[in-house]
Every structure is written in structure tokens, then in C-alpha cells.
Design a binder for this molecule. Structure first.
Ligand SMILES: *Cc1c(COP(=O)(O)O)cnc(C)c1O
Length: 393
């Protein structure tokens, strides 16, 4: 049997057409201004619930000033990767500061969280080893597992009994348990203490991705592990610096041994240009604000409570979450898109999240709250969600 020849370009165009037909097609929205609660597009100003700028730092004048001072000192580009000349005193100071802030012995700064996650599992594990991962973990953790060539066991969301059964079934190689601390599309929180206990019992590493907890949870925003006062040499923390910290990049924190090993072996660290040193300077200032300004976290938390109290839904479901991520479950891809477009027509930017980012049939609005929202913003959104239920019934 031979297939009729199909032009590769036509074939790809047909696949795009399928995405368009099935409400799976993605389109970017172009911002004409900085990240604030107002999303400025060419023809509209939208009240935005789309950013991960939970503390309102992304456009903070003190960060911009630190970046400007950093630029005067370092110029723009680092010019090289960290191991061949691109590692500056600014990067180094940031790593030391992050280690002290999170309570880990050592720390390594990466240019993005995606790269940081890609670095860890493939450096620590390989063929014959096993990774145990929550099914709702971030895509970067899944990709890292595939890249590592270790066996990947995905356990049902938060199902520790299943996880333990699989750990007990015992494999000979190294083991790594991986979990988001705050799940990025659900806003719920992993049982980190219990996960660490399992890691201890079965001699596994525990990698915690705290992209959505760093800066907002725990004392002074030190993150999810600090909130639960957890520490262990088998614990590895990854957190991002483009969300609550308002800048860009990410870090891995762990024992001096782990960090030393990553510097030797982590390909997404070694084979990429160091990010501009001025960003490290801006991040040092962001950490000052995160540490000192409890009122930002208080405003965020009161916004979360205010929004949950204000929302009254019949057909849609506000998922249980005490974090800044407040998902409203809609269902089919088509319905999710229709509701998101209705909100946009009313002046709100709330992203529609569809498969493959979430499981099929669980399309949702991902509402992200910030300390920078006002209570009136939240009331307006709650009202408009109710209208959306009626308008799209
Ligand atoms: C955003 C995110 C990442 C990726 O971080 P970037 O710095 O944006 O690349 C990783 N893990 C989780 C859970 C995230 O939400």
C-alpha cells in the first residue's frame, strides 16, 4: 500500500484547519503597554485577569530603576553562557540572596522556568530510573521526564495512596517524585509534607515546582515549602521569577551537592546564554519588596476572599482554591471560548484554557487575581460572570 503523495505544506495547512474547526486554535493578543490590571490592546482597554503578576511588581518603578542602574553598569547582554564568561557578580549575588531567602544551602539561576525544569530531571536521572509525577503537573515537568529517558509514572492528581503503591512496587534505579506546589490550572495545593515523607521512606528525591507559591505563600513570601516549614537534603525547589517576582527567569534551590551537579551536567543551564545581568539587579530589588511588603500579600489574600464571596454561579463551577488562581470550570472547548469572548465583549480579559493544557472536557476560565486589583474590579468580574451564564445558556 502506498499513500498518494501529499505536499508537506498542504498537509500542515490541513492540520491547522482542523485546529480552527475544533476551537483549539490559539491566537495571541498583542499588548500595547506594560503588564498592569489594564490590558491595552490596539482598539480596547480590558480589565485583565490574565497575568501572573500576583503582587503587581511587573511594572513597579523601583524595579525599572534597578534595571536602569544595572544597565548602566553591565550593558544589555551577558554575551556568553554562564560557564564561559557570562556569569556576572549580579547573577551570583542573586543566587546567594535566593538561597538565603528560601533557606536552602545553594541556588542556581536560570533564564526561564521552563528551562530550569528541563534541567533537573535529565541531570539527575536516566534510563533505568523512575519519575513519579502528579498528572496535573506543569507541561515543562512532563517534557523534562521525557527528555530524561527515565520511566515516567503519572499518578492521579493528589492520589498519594496510588503513589505509595507505585513507590513500594520498587524499581532498582533512582527515584524522583515531582509535583507542582500550587497547580497552575487548578490553584489547589499539593500535600508537600506527605510527599516529603514518601520521598524519605522510599529513598527518592522530591522536586517541588513553586512557580505560583513563591512570593505569595509562606512568611515574607518565601514560598510553599517555607509555609509548611519543610527542609531536607532530598528536597529540590524550582520557582519562577517572572510571576510574583515580576521580572523573568527562575531558580533551582537545593543542597550544595545538587547545585554543583547541575552546574556540571544540566544541559539547559550549560548550553544557553546567561540572561541580561540587569535582570538579576531588578530581581534583587524585587526580593527586597517581596520580603518587606506584607501588605501586598494581604491585599492579594483579601482580594481572593472578596472574589470568592462575590461570585454566585449556577451552571459554571468556581473550583475550590485559596490561591491567586481561581478557575471557573466551563466544559467543552467551544463553550469555554464562547464565554471568554463574551467576557471580552464586556471589557474583561480572562484566558480560556483548553486541552491539551487541561484534560478534555474541563475547559475553563483561568482567573488570576493580583494585589493590584481593586475590590470594585472583583465585583465587576463576579457580576459579568453571572451575566455570561445567562447570555451563553
Ligand atoms: C510558568 C510555569 C513554569 C515555567 O516558568 P517560565 O519562567 O514561565 O518559563 C513552570 N512551572 C509552572 C508550574 C509554571 O506555572
Amino acid at each position: 500500500m502506498s499513500h498518494p503523495p501529499v505536499d508537506v505544506v498542504d498537509e500542515l495547512e490541513a492540520r491547522l484547519e482542523t485546529l480552527r474547526r475544533t476551537a483549539s486554535y490559539r491566537q495571541r493578543k498583542t499588548a500595547e503597554g506594560p503588564c498592569t490590571t489594564k490590558f491595552l490592546s490596539q482598539d480596547q482597554v480590558l480589565l485583565s485577569f490574565a497575568s501572573n503578576d500576583y503582587l503587581g511588581l511587573a511594572n513597579h518603578p523601583r524595579l525599572a530603576e534597578a534595571a536602569a542602574v544595572g544597565m548602566a553598569k553591565w550593558g544589555i547582554g551577558a554575551g556568553a553562557s554562564h560557564l564561559v564568561g557570562g556569569h556576572t557578580r549580579a547573577h551570583h549575588a542573586l543566587e546567594n540572596r535566593l538561597a538565603a531567602f528560601t533557606g536552602f544551602p545553594a541556588c542556581l539561576y536560570f533564564s526561564t522556568g521552563y528551562l530550569a525544569n528541563l534541567a533537573i530531571a535529565p541531570a539527575l536521572l536516566g534510563r533505568g530510573d523512575t519519575i513519579f509525577a502528579d498528572k496535573l503537573n506543569h507541561a515543562s515537568l512532563v517534557d523534562a521526564a521525557l527528555l530524561s529517558r527515565a520511566k515516567l509514572v503519572r499518578y492521579p492528581h493528589l492520589d498519594l495512596a496510588y503513589l505509595e503503591q507505585r513507590l513500594r512496587a520498587g524499581s532498582t534505579g533512582r527515584k524522583l517524585i515531582v509535583s507542582d506546589a500550587v497547580f497552575s490550572m487548578d490553584g489547589d495545593i499539593a500535600p508537600l509534607r506527605e510527599l516529603l515523607a514518601l520521598a524519605e521512606r522510599y529513598n527518592a528525591w522530591l522536586l517541588v515546582d513553586d512557580a505560583h507559591g513563591f512570593g505569595v505563600l509562606g512568611p515574607q513570601g518565601r514560598g510553599s515549602l517555607a509555609e509548611q516549614a519543610l527542609a531536607s537534603p532530598r528536597l529540590i525547589l524550582m520557582a519562577t521569577l517572572g510571576k510574583a517576582a515580576g521580572v523573568a527567569g527562575a531558580f533551582v534551590a537545593g543542597s550544595a551537592t545538587v547545585i554543583d551537579w547541575l552546574i556540571q551536567k544540566a544541559r539547559p543551564y550549560i548550553f544557553t546564554t546567561a540572561s541580561p545581568p540587569l535582570l538579576a539587579d531588578a530581581l534583587l530589588t524585587a526580593l527586597d519588596l517581596i520580603e518587606a511588603e506584607d501588605d501586598r500579600r494581604e491585599r492579594l489574600n483579601s482580594n481572593i476572599r472578596h472574589f470568592r464571596d462575590a461570585v454566585r454561579l449556577q451552571r459554571f463551577t468556581l473550583l475550590p482554591s485559596r490561591t491567586a488562581i481561581q478557575p471557573v470550570l466551563i466544559g467543552s472547548d467551544e463553550d469555554t471560548v464562547v464565554v471568554a469572548e463574551y467576557l471580552r465583549s464586556q471589557g474583561f480579559y480572562v484566558p480560556a484554557i483548553r486541552p491539551p493544557t487541561v484534560p478534555p472536557g474541563t475547559g475553563r476560565l483561568r482567573i488570576s487575581l493580583s494585589a493590584a486589583h481593586t475590590p470594585a474590579d472583583l465585583d465587576q468580574l463576579a457580576d459579568t460572570l453571572q451575566q455570561a451564564e445567562r447570555a451563553t445558556a
